[in-house]
Write a protein that binds this ligand. Structure first.
Ligand code: TRP
Length: 342
């Protein structure tokens, strides 16, 4: 039975549908989302339109990943009776709001957004950045405000987008002379960004350095074995470095026994603790976290119609809500009314 959570503060977040979710997403925001279900009216957006802004050449991947990501949500414990899951490209109000918001942001400001800047660089777009990509912060502002969300659980890389959302909100409220839209705050986990297993950069599928939430026990073990440690720590008896050592970064993120981690770090620094032992501990912990997720995934895969129904229901609910916000924004910005009584 769906619960009546309509009076709670609204939380909204989304994921580009470009591939299966991984452990970086898990510590980055999925864990927060599972807790928010109990206290917030929560919406999760499968951001397929945003995914197209840098994947227009590969629509099959974007389309296929919608169900993949939805399955990841359910597998980590998102409960569709408490959280509404919806598909971005089926909510036309979001596209219309985006178009209106684009008038409240400058190209210079978009180009200065640190997240956009980094992403343009990483993709080597240069001046050939697709306009849709450069402008996606306005679309993300539309996503957030359409649901009147005040809390946005995201990884830290998304904070500049929430900041820019709030700038747009303030401009629109000032233009309207009243508070039409609420400002939102990013809910960012304390553990910063999880590095990939190579220790080089963030987890990203294109780098082949991720551990997907759907990893098999063997894949988890192999990934932990391949993890970057301290290249100068050749023998167990050598003193080792903990900083930049991915195994310890992951223990910080996933091992709840803080005191034990502290002690392992001391022994590693002093010398006398081998990589194999630390990796064995991390492997045990990751296996334990991912086992129930895997079990739920198997149950979900048994009933593919169920996932589709969750998306249909969630999107229908979201359509009503987002249309209402669009109506308010159209009024606030003074668009022409064909039917003056409406
Ligand atoms: N930009 C987010 C990502 O890269 C996805 C996203 C789309 C999102 N719309 C959103 C996040 C709204 C938070 C709020 O995964």
């Amino acid at each position: 039975m769906p619960i009546d959570n309509t009076r709670r503060p609204v939380a909204l977040t989304g994921d580009r549908t470009t591939g299966p979710l991984h452990l970086g997403h898990y510590v980055g925001s999925l864990k927060n989302r599972v807790s928010l279900q109990a206290t917030h009216r929560q919406f999760l957006l499968l951001a397929d339109t945003q995914a197209l802004t840098d994947n227009a050449h590969d629509p099959a991947r974007v389309q296929q990943s919608v169900l993949e990501v939805a399955t990841d949500y359910l597998a980590v414990g998102i409960d569709p009776d408490q959280t509404t899951i919806c598909v971005q490209s089926h909510l036309p109000a979001l596209a219309e709001l985006t178009l209106l918001y684009l008038n409240f942001v400058t190209v210079a400001r978009l180009e200065r957004n640190p997240t956009i800047k980094d992403e343009i660089q990483a993709r080597r777009f240069g001046r050939n950045v697709p306009a849709g990509f450069l402008c996606y912060p306005a679309a993300q502002a539309a996503d957030i405000t359409a649901f009147m969300a005040t809390v946005v659980p995201v990884g830290e890389d998304q904070s500049p987008l929430i900041e820019q959302t709030n700038e747009i909100v303030r401009r629109i409220n000032r233009q309207a002379g009243r508070s039409v839209l609420p400002e939102a705050r990013a809910l960012v986990p304390e553990i910063g960004r999880l590095p990939g297993i190579d220790g080089k950069s963030k987890m990203s599928k294109s780098q082949g350095n991720t551990i997907p939430l759907s990893a098999s026990p063997d894949q988890i073990r192999t990934a932990v074995e391949r993890m970057f440690t301290d290249p100068k720590h050749l023998r167990a008896s050598d003193p080792g470095k903990v900083e930049g050592n991915v195994v310890f970064t992951y223990l910080d993120a996933f091992d709840e026994d803080r005191a034990a981690v502290r002690e392992l770090k001391e022994r590693y620094r002093r010398g006398g603790l081998g990589d194999v032992a630390v990796k064995r501990r991390l492997n045990d912990i990751l296996q334990e976290i991912l086992a129930p997720i895997r079990a739920r995934r198997i149950a979900i895969a048994d009933d593919p119609e169920h996932v589709l129904k969750v998306l249909r229901d969630g999107t229908a609910q979201s359509r009503a809500l987002t249309q209402e916000t669009l109506g308010n924004v159209r009024d606030a910005l003074g668009l022409f009314k064909l039917d003056p009584s409406g």
